[in-house]
Design a protein around this ligand. Structure first.
Ligand code: APR
Length: 229
């Protein structure tokens, strides 16, 4: 029986693929006011600006590749029963080969009806514009959890973390809740590996810091994990 390994990833996971993080130097929230592009109020006020913000990020996503960190996480499935719980809206974990990925904050390559949230469509091109309608005739919006909206996948994520034999936290500043609170749901004694050059604080026992970028960090993690197999 393979041990259950849960990965909680954030924007730093995709930094080496060329996608900006949010709170690092030069991060997205340095360039944009989050309340102007990533909230229901922003959507009401200026949907074209919101669509432009996500179109730019989606266009770039179509041009980048998973990095060694994503590929290393996918490889862990050879030895562990892996669940990836990600705050990222990119699909790089999936494209690297991870088979179980839970997106807490939505998915950039998907659009959702504004009249019926059950209607979600995969986009095969980067542009989502005003006038792109769902089958019920309402405007499509990015399938993203905006600030102030419910993170509906949290209960499922809590159950995954509670069952983890090993937790790997990679590329997240743990600044945004409820996602950041997931680290508190590990069972007592569960080892927590934190891969991040920025060393975010994790107030739990059994924390092992790997102060490296994702690509190198996952490689070192694999060496450590082989001792736990
Ligand atoms: N490898 C690993 N970690 C990295 C790398 C890298 N190459 N580059 C940066 N980091 C780390 C930073 O040190 C930081 O701890 O990644 C983290 C990025 O933090 P944030 O920019 O805050 O991203 P994240 O934690 O994912 O933000 C959470 O905030 O704006 C919302 O919805 C958005 O999902 C996002 C959430």
């Amino acid at each position: 029986m393979k041990k259950k390994l849960t990965v909680l990833s954030g924007a730093g996971m995709s930094q080496e693929s060329g996608l900006k993080t949010f709170r690092d130097m030069g991060g997205l929230w340095e360039q944009y006011d989050v309340t102007e592009v990533a909230s229901p109020e922003a959507w009401e006020r200026d949907p074209a600006l919101v669509l432009r913000f996500y179109n730019q990020r989606r266009k770039q996503l179509f041009e980048v590749e998973p990095n060694a960190g994503h590929l290393g996480i996918a490889r862990l499935e050879q030895w562990f029963d892996v669940d990836v719980v990600t705050q990222n809206v990119d699909n790089l974990h999936e494209r690297a080969g991870s088979s179980r990925v839970l997106h807490l904050h939505g998915e950039l390559i998907k659009a959702r009806s504004t009249i019926d949230p059950v209607l979600v469509y995969e986009l095969d091109h980067w542009a989502l514009d005003l006038g792109d309608l769902c089958e019920k005739g309402s405007q499509l919006r990015p399938h993203i959890v905006w600030f102030g909206e419910a993170v509906t996948e949290i209960p499922k994520a809590v159950r995954i973390v509670e069952q983890a034999d090993i937790l790997v936290v990679i590329g997240t500043s743990l600044a945004v809740y409820p996602a950041a609170g997931l680290v508190n749901y590990v069972q007592k004694g569960t080892p927590i590996f934190v891969i991040d050059p920025g060393k975010p604080a994790v107030h739990q026992p059994n924390v092992f810091y790997v102060e490296e970028k994702a690509g190198k960090g996952v490689e070192l993690l694999l060496e450590e994990l082989k001792k736990l197999m």
